[in-house]
Write a protein that binds this ligand. Structure first.
Ligand code: DQA
Length: 145
């Protein structure tokens, strides 16, 4: 069975109460439940992690080689700052899909640059929880059966 690593970056543990006007009332548990439901239907297995620490995310990606067939990541604020996460994705060369709940291109200018996008297979941005579900579909199609 194909294995996909799902990574939620910093502050996404606060979804549900955090900037509800931007991110909606969806919680991380709600997102994870829907991802698990979709994964079960598509017969792939998921490991889901959330971290507020850049180094933890780098280590998780760095040890993913040989264990996971694809990565689905919302790097959150690290999208715009983390050369380390970008280099980790590049180093393991595991197909990676970047997702964002909000449309990062319609927000503040500092969010318009993703350091992750050039090393990701693609990006889904702006569809709330659906960004994750569409991203998971994309990751599954990348890894095949
Ligand atoms: C985010 C967008 C980022 O700019 C922000 O720092 C986040 C969440 C999103 O999912 O829309 O924390 O990645």
């Amino acid at each position: 069975m194909r294995k996909i690593l799902v990574i939620h970056g910093p502050n996404l543990n606060l979804l549900g109460t955090r900037e509800v006007d931007v991110y909606g009332s969806v919680t991380i548990d709600g997102i994870n439940k829907d991802l698990e439901r979709c994964a079960k239907a598509k017969k792939v297995s998921l490991e889901i992690v959330q971290s507020n620490h850049e180094g933890d995310i780098v280590e998780k990606i760095g040890s993913a080689k040989g264990k996971f067939d694809a990565i689905l990541i919302n790097p959150a604020a690290y999208t715009h700052t983390s050369v380390a996460i970008r280099d980790a994705i590049s180093a393991v060369s595991i197909p990676t899909v970047e997702v964002h709940l909000s449309n990062i291109y319609s927000r503040e200018e500092f969010r318009h640059t993703s350091l992750i996008a050039p090393v990701a297979k693609g990006q889904v941005s702006g569809f709330g929880k659906m960004s994750y579900l569409l991203g998971l579909e994309a990751a599954i199609s990348l890894v095949g059966k």
